[in-house]
Design a binder for this molecule. Structure first.
Ligand code: GLC
Length: 731
C-alpha cells in the first residue's frame, strides 16, 4: 500500500505540506490552530477528530507560579498515540512548555543571565535546557522572553534580558541558537533531535505596561517601538526563531493579538518570518474584554486575520473559523497560510517520523555534572558586586562566620519565578554551600538558630546576611508598588550594623531593589538575582574568591520607586541633566542619578580605560574605535568593556547614548589589552516610524568604558556626501 505523500520523508517539506493541506477539512485545519493544555482522557475524542493540534504542558495560565508541575512522558506518549494512530490524518501533536531559564538543571533567571553579558553562556544554558526538555517529550519552549523592561515594579522584568535592546538582542540570538541548535540565520529544515523550537515572546512591548502593572495598557510611539521594543524580536527572527507569541496588552488601543501591522506587515512581510505566531493564553478571546471584538467569532476573525496563527487555550479558532470560512466571511487562503506555518514546524521537528519520546531517556540527560558546572559558572558570572570595602573575598579558614537573613538556608527561593521543572530538594542552599567550602578552624553559625545570637555575632569575624525577595515576588502577575526590600530586612541590616563586625549583604531578587540604605550599612553588597539550582554555590565561589565577580547590571537600579522609570538610554529633553542647574527634568527631593547605572559592576581587582583612538578610512563607511583596558589590581579578573554612541543631531531626538558594542575582557594582574569596536551604518543609524533604517549625516560621539557613565570619548562625523571622518580622535 503506498503511503500518502505527506508521510513520505523522501519528499520536500513543501510537497508534504501541500499534499496534507489538500486532504484536510475546514475543521481539521482549525484543529491544527487549536492548542489546549494538559491533554488527558477527557480530550481524547477531540484529538481523534483532529480538533487539537498542540498540547500545552502546563496546569494553569500562570504555570510559572504553580509549584512543581511535572511532565509525564508516558501520558503524553499516550495522547500522541491517539493523534497519530486514531485520527483520520494522523497529524502529530506539538507539545509546548514554559522552559524559561533552564529545565531540570535550573539556570539563573534571564535577568540574571543577562548580567553575565555572555552570549556564549546564555547559548550553553539554553542548549542544556533544550536537551533536558526534549528528553522529556517537550518539542517547543515558550522562550526566550524578549520584553525590554524599564519598570522594575513589573514582576516579569525577571524573565527578560533587561532595559537595553543591543545587549538583549545579542542574548536573544544566543538563546534561540541554544534552544534550536541552528547555526544559520533561518528556521532549520530539520531541528536536531535533541533540541526544541523556540518562541520569541511576548510580541511586543509588554514591558511598557503602565504603572508596571501586568497586562496593562501601553502607549508606545512607532519610533520607540521600532528602536527599542521590536529590536530583540528582530534579532531572534534573524537567528531563525521558529515561533512568536503575541502578547496580552494593547498598544494605543490595538491589542497585540489583533495587531495586523505588527503581526503581519512587520513580522511576516517586512522581516520575512516563516514560522508561526501563537497567542498568549486566551489572548484571542480576550479581544472581547479589550472591547474590540463583539463576540468569540469576531475575536477569531480579528486574531487570525491580524496574523495570530494558533489560538492558545480559548477554543475560539476551532469553534468559529470553519463557519466563518464556510460563510465566506473569512478567507480560506489565510486559514491555509496559518496551517502551513504550523505544519512546517511540525515537519521540521521530525514529529511525523518520530512522534514519541523514550519515557526513560531523561535520566541520561538531566542534571549532568557538566550541566551543573555550566549553570554554576553562569550563576557566579551573573552576580554583581555593588560594594566592597575590602572585606571580600573571605579567607576560608581560621574564620568565624555568622550567617543570617531570611534566605540563608532556602531552596525554591533561589530558583526564582517560572521554574516548573526544577525540584526544590536539588537546590544547594547558601548555608550548605558555605559549610561545604569552609576550611580548617572555621566555624559557621546560623544566626537565627542559635541562642544569644547577638553575643555570638559580636564574637564572629564577619556576618553574612542573605536578604532580598522570594521567588513569589516576581514573575507573571506578581507586580509590586515598591522596589524596597521586603518588610523588616532593612531593619535586620541596621541591627547587624550595631554589632560592629563586617557585614556582607547577599541580595537575592527578581528585579532591581532599593538598596540605598543597605549600601550605607553593609561593608559589601553582592546582588545574586535568583541564581538557580547552583546559586548557593555560585555565591560561595564569589564570597571566597574562587571566582572574581564580573557581573554588570543589565538594568538601571533606581534609588527609590519614585524615580521609576529610570533608564540610561533616555532622550535629552529640552532641559538635560547637568547637575548644576535648576529647571531640568528632576525631583527636588532626590538626586537625579540612579543608585547604580546600567552596565555597572565591581571586581576584586580594578580596571582602567585609556588611550582611546578613533580612526576612519574615507573610503569605508566605518569608524574604528580602540582603547586600552588595564588590570591595575593585584589579581586576575574579567571586566566588560562597553562602547556607547550618541547621534548628536538627527531628524528625531535620539538617546543621549546607546550601547553599540561590548566585550568581556580577561586580564591578569597588571596586564593591558587593546580592545576594538567597529561602528558602521548599523551601529549609527536608527529606524524610522516604518522600521526602515535611517542614516543621516552629522556629528556623533562615542565612549568606551566600564559602564554607561563611560566618559572616555571621541567625536566623529558623516559628511553630507557620505564620508566618515574623525573630528576629535579621543584621549
Ligand atoms: C502565560 C504567560 C506566557 C506563557 C503562557 C503559557 O500566561 O504569559 O509567558 O508562555 O501563558 O504558559
Amino acid at each position: 500500500m503506498t503511503i500518502p505523500a505527506y508521510k513520505n520523508p523522501a519528499l520536500t517539506v513543501s510537497e508534504r505540506i501541500e499534499d496534507l493541506l489538500g486532504r484536510m477539512t475546514l475543521k481539521e485545519k482549525a484543529g491544527q490552530l487549536n492548542q489546549w493544555f494538559n491533554l488527558g482522557p477527557e480530550h481524547y475524542d477531540m484529538v481523534r477528530k483532529g480538533e487539537i493540534g498542540s498540547d500545552l504542558l502546563a496546569g494553569s495560565p500562570t504555570a510559572g507560579n504553580s509549584p512543581q508541575e511535572r511532565i509525564f512522558a508516558r501520558r503524553y506518549n499516550e495522547v500522541q498515540k491517539i493523534a497519530v494512530t486514531e485520527s483520520r490524518l494522523g497529524i502529530p501533536l506539538i507539545f509546548g512548555r514554559d522552559v524559561i531559564h533552564g529545565y531540570r538543571t535550573v539556570a539563573p533567571i534571564p535577568l540574571g543571565m543577562a548580567a553575565a553579558w555572555s552570549p556564549e553562556l546564555v547559548q550553553a544554558a539554553n542548549t542544556i535546557a533544550a536537551r533536558e526538555a526534549r528528553a522529556d517529550g517537550v518539542h517547543w519552549a515558550f522562550s526566550p522572553m524578549l520584553d525590554i523592561a524599564r519598570d522594575p515594579r513589573w514582576g516579569r522584568v525577571a524573565e527578560g534580558f533587561g532595559e537595553d535592546p543591543f545587549l538583549a538582542g545579542k542574548l536573544a540570538a544566543a538563546a534561540v541558537r541554544g534552544f534550536q541548535g541552528n547555526d544559520q540565520d533561518a528556521i532549520p529544515e530539520r531541528f536536531p533531535v535533541d533540541r526544541v523550537v523556540a518562541c520569541a515572546k511576548h510580541f511586543v512591548g509588554y514591558g511598557a505596561a503602565e504603572g508596571g502593572r501586568d497586562y496593562n495598557t501601553t502607549e508606545i510611539t512607532r519610533q520607540t517601538l521600532h528602536n527599542v521594543y521590536l529590536a530583540t524580536f528582530k534579532a531572534a527572527i534573524q537567528s531563525g526563531c521558529g515561533t512568536v507569541m503575541s502578547a496580552f496588552h494593547d498598544i494605543g488601543g490595538i491589542p497585540l493579538s489583533a495587531h495586523r501591522y505588527l503581526l503581519t506587515e512587520v513580522l511576516k512581510e517586512q522581516w520575512g518570518f516563516g514560522g508561526f505566531v501563537v497567542s498568549d493564553w486566551g489572548a484571542v478571546w480576550e479581544l472581547t474584554n479589550h472591547g474590540i471584538a463583539a463576540d468569540a467569532g469576531h475575536a477569531a476573525e480579528l486574531g487570525c486575520g491580524a496574523g495570530v496563527d494558533m489560538d492558545m487555550c480559548s477554543m475560539v479558532y476551532l469553534n468559529n473559523l470553519p463557519d466563518l470560512v464556510q460563510s465566506g466571511k473569512f478567507s480560506e487562503e489565510r486559514l491555509d497560510d496559518a496551517v502551513r506555518r504550523v505544519l512546517r514546524i511540525k515537519f521540521a521537528l521530525g514529529l511525523f517520523e518520530s512522534p514519541y519520546v523514550d519515557a526513560d531517556a531523561s535520566h541520561a540527560v538531566h542534571l549532568l555534572p557538566e550541566s551543573l558546572a555550566v549553570m554554576r559558572r553562569l550563576a557566579a558570572d551573573s552576580m554583581v558586586l555593588l560594594k566592597n570595602n575590602g572585606v571580600l573575598p573571605l579567607r576560608a579558614d581560621h574564620l568565624t562566620i555568622c550567617l543570617g537573613g531570611p534566605l540563608a538556608d532556602r531552596r525554591k527561593e533561589l530558583f526564582g519565578c517560572w521554574t516548573i521543572d526544577g525540584r526544590d530538594e536539588e537546590v544547594t542552599t547558601l548555608k550548605e554551600a558555605i559549610t561545604g567550602r569552609l576550611g580548617a578552624e572555621t566555624r559557621l553559625h546560623h544566626y537565627e538558630l542559635v541562642d544569644d545570637a547577638v553575643k555570638l555575632a559580636r564574637a564572629s569575624d564577619v556576618m553574612i546576611l542573605a536578604i532580598g525577595e522570594s521567588e513569589g515576588r516576581s514573575g507573571e502577575d506578581n507586580c509590586t508598588t515598591t522596589i524596597d526590600l521586603p518588610a523588616g530586612q532593612e531593619a535586620l541590616v541596621e541591627s547587624a550594623r550595631r554589632m560592629a563586625i563586617p557585614i556582607v549583604a547577599v541580595v537575592f531578587g527578581g528585579r532591581p531593589l532599593n538598596l540605598t540604605r543597605v549600601m550605607d550599612w553593609a561593608d559589601a553588597v553582592l546582588f545574586a538575582w535568583h541564581p538557580g539550582i547552583t546559586g548557593g554555590l555560585g555565591v560561595t565561589d564569589i564570597l571566597f574568591g574562587d571566582v572574581n565577580p564580573s557581573g554588570r547590571l543589565p538594568i538601571t537600579f533606581p534609588r527609590s520607586t519614585g524615580q521609576i522609570p529610570l533608564y540610561y538610554n533616555h532622550r535629552s529633553t529640552g532641559r538635560p541633566l547637568p547637575r548644576n542647574s535648576r529647571r531640568h527634568s528632576r525631583y527636588i527631593d532626590a538626586l537625579d542619578s540612579p543608585l547604580f547605572p546600567f552596565g555597572f559592576g565591581l571586581s576584586y581587582t580594578t580596571f582602567t580605560y585609556g588611550n582611546l583612538c578613533a580612526t576612519a578610512d574615507p573610503q569605508i563607511p566605518e569608524i574604528v574605535v580602540t582603547a586600552q583596558v588595564t588590570n591595575t589590581g593585584d589579581r586576575a579578573g574579567t571586566t566588560v568593556a562597553q562602547c556607547y554612541v550618541r547621534d548628536v543631531v538627527a531628524s528625531v531626538a535620539r538617546p543621549v547614548r546607546e550601547l553599540k558594542g561590548f566585550e568581556r575582557v580577561f586580564l591578569e594582574a597588571g596586564q593591558s589589552k587593546t580592545i576594538l569596536f567597529r561602528l558602521g551604518p548599523q551601529e549609527v543609524s536608527y529606524l524610522d516610524d516604518n522600521g526602515h533604517e535611517v542614516l543621516e549625516p552629522g556629528r556623533f560621539q562615542v565612549w568606551v568604558g566600564g559602564d554607561s557613565n563611560a566618559d572616555l570619548g571621541a567625536d566623529f562625523e558623516i559628511t553630507p556626501d557620505g564620508r566618515w571622518g574623525v573630528i576629535d580622535k579621543g584621549e
